[in-house]
Design a protein around this ligand. Sequence first.
Ligand SMILES: [Cu+2]
Length: 119
Amino acid sequence: MALLTGVPGCLALAACGGDDDDTASNGITVEVLALDDFMDPQDVTITAGTEVVFRNVGVNPHNIIPEDRDADWRVDVPDFEPGEASTYVFGEPGLYRYYCSLHGTLTAGMFGSITVTAA
Ligand SMILES: [Cu+2]
């Protein structure tokens, strides 16, 4: 699996994983924290419609790179400096794996997963 750099399709950063997705929220929010250099919690299970807040509480910039390079919940470095957060409502059940390309891969270092179960 190649590391993703310069993935097209997400050039308008404000549209990536922002608050403007059209998936209906179920009102539940969970936080996934990016620290230096790991995700806490690393693996999360939620029901469809839950909003995930990715928050960088480390001292270094991080990113959230989906395994599926066409996914629209990517968070790139300019939007994920320390103190920054990005939200996304996961509406479809499935396994969503991701990693920080600065500090990991899908299987090592800084990576995690969101398991979305049917509502
Ligand atoms: Cu990182």
